[in-house]
Write a protein that binds this ligand. Structure first.
Ligand code: NDP
Length: 257
């Protein structure tokens, strides 16, 4: 195991990609704290890891709330000792035609997808800099790299996350701390299930039919698995990855972007 002795925090670790990332990190020997708002989900993930003999904790946190982030960071450092690895994965997706994007939707999506990673990174980065070692991975999206119909708020927030990654990467050069992004296409998670339900409800189409359509739209003809995204996240963690700085790894089964 390559990560024995390392301590990791995964935001949005209660389901989907975050849960898979937590399992991958623990599988390599890291002690892991998973955070999200739904206590039951994060407790379930932490319990599953402990059942496999891994040290794991669940800490409730809303990444949009500075006080909640500060409390989570203090608790994580108390439980783990310190934090070497941060995966900013918590996110929400909303869709609407451009003219129907409301200020509420715009702000909600930006608060979770862009302000959240900013706040959580600000909470853990000082400790990493002090120790001269750290790994931060931001779960962005192919929507960080290009636009598409009906996802203005989501794509803008994910472009912002990529902007945060690139700027911070410049500041971190030579510090021993790296920050990088993964940019998945459609992944088979509860977020995509919700998306499918929403499209089905709006269009009157059958949910299975909508899912099939999404799969066909993917270069590989299928949805990406959460484990494939977790594998991409893990690429940025080892000692040998110390020169990967400000990179984005696209995970979509075909084509660069
Ligand atoms: P899920 O909806 O399955 O999981 C999202 C996680 O984020 C949950 O644990 C949720 O927990 C947490 N979360 C949401 N809002 C907050 C908040 N305010 N504070 C703390 N935690 C929060 O999503 P996925 O696993 O699909 O997505 C994970 C990441 O991957 C997201 O950033 C998403 O944008 C990105 N992504 C997803 C793709 C996909 O196709 N699914 C494609 C590309 C990128 P809770 O609600 O309990 O707080």
């Amino acid at each position: 195991m390559t990560l024995s002795g390392k301590r990791a925090v995964v935001t949005g670790g209660g389901r989907g990609i975050g849960a898979a990332v937590a399992r991958a990190l623990a599988g390599e020997g890291a002690a892991v704290a998973v955070t999200a708002r739904s206590r039951d989900e994060i407790e379930g993930v932490a319990e599953g890891l402990r059942a496999r003999g891994r040290p794991a904790h669940a800490i409730v946190c809303d990444v949009t709330d500075p006080d909640s982030v500060a409390a989570m960071a203090a608790r994580a450092c108390e439980l783990l000792g310190s934090v070497d690895i941060l995966v900013n994965n918590a996110g929400v997706a909303r869709s609407a035609p451009f003219l129907r994007v409301t200020v509420e939707q715009w702000e909600e999506v930006h608060r979770v997808n862009a302000t959240g990673p900013l706040l959580v990174t600000q909470a853990f980065l000082p400790g990493m800099l002090e120790r001269g070692w750290g790994r931060i991975v931001n779960v962005a999206s192919v929507a960080s790299l290009r636009g598409a119909r009906y996802i203005t708020a989501y794509a803008a927030s994910k472009h912002a996350l990529l902007g945060i990654t690139r700027c911070l990467a410049d500041e971190l050069a030579g510090t021993g701390v790296t920050v990088n992004s993964v940019c998945p296409g459609y992944v088979d998670t509860p977020m995509t299930d919700e998306n499918i339900e929403r499209i089905a409800a709006k269009t009157g189409r059958d949910a299975e039919d909508v899912r099939g359509g999404l799969e066909e739209m993917q270069p590989g003809g299928r949805l990406i698995t959460p484990e494939e995204v977790a594998h991409a996240v893990m690429t940025f963690i080892p000692e040998a990855a110390s020169s990967l700085q400000g990179a984005e790894l696209v995970v979509r089964g075909g084509g660069a972007r």
